[in-house]
Design a protein around this ligand. Sequence first.
Ligand code: CIR
Length: 265
Amino acid sequence: MTDRSFRFTHAITRRPGGSITGGLRAVDTGAPDLATMLGHHADYIAALRSTGATVLELDPLEAFPDAVFVEDTALCLPDGAVVMRPGAPSRLGEAAEMAPHLKALYAEVVAIDGPDSFIEGGDILTTEREILVGRSARTNAAGIAELTRQVAPWGYTVREVFTPPGVLHFKTDCSLLDAETILSTDRLAASGCFEGYRVISVAEGEEAAANSIRFNDLVIVPAGFPRTAERIAKAGYTLCEIGNSECAKLDGGMSCLSLRFTPKG
Ligand code: CIR
């Protein structure tokens, strides 16, 4: 298989609830507007579905203000799913809420469970040949070591890399575009972590466009970054732009809003 890292039959999403106004953020730029966010969320789900995928829409979890950002709760590979252990204390319980939904779709679901292990899905970039995990304020060496052991039986190798200082997650600054190609900020690519891949840089001043996703035939990008959008389109990808103004207030983007996978059953 040469496209398992970007061709998927399924996605899981979770609608934001009223508690979203209490979501974590590095800098307070104002409360997100729920109605606007729900509109963007619906557009996002429609884009995923337009590729033919089955998309599960879970109900809001009011007890967890950041629960819309489901990506951080699990890593989903063809052979099985790994339930994460989020490093943000207010998000730790979100992982257990996701586990039953994964068990309904996968024969094998394992979990990161060491008391000192922390890891969030936003720090994990799965490519065709490896899994890159960025150490960050949310993901530590113990979490990465546990993940490495969990995915080894499924034939995956993990490479530890670093999320730039002040950047929330590794994938805040990069996305997979195809088996060979990564969209990245210059500050992340400068670390050398994408050696051996083709890198398309986001335009200067448009760093937030780096959190995009390749989902089947689409590259889903946040709206409002025209120079980066043009670069991606010129490289031959089919673009779909989705509003992200409200999630951006909580440091969230296109990858955070879904788990994307093809379960073997
Ligand atoms: C957080 O700080 O955890 C949320 N406000 C944003 C999470 C974004 N998730 C992601 O990049 N995978």
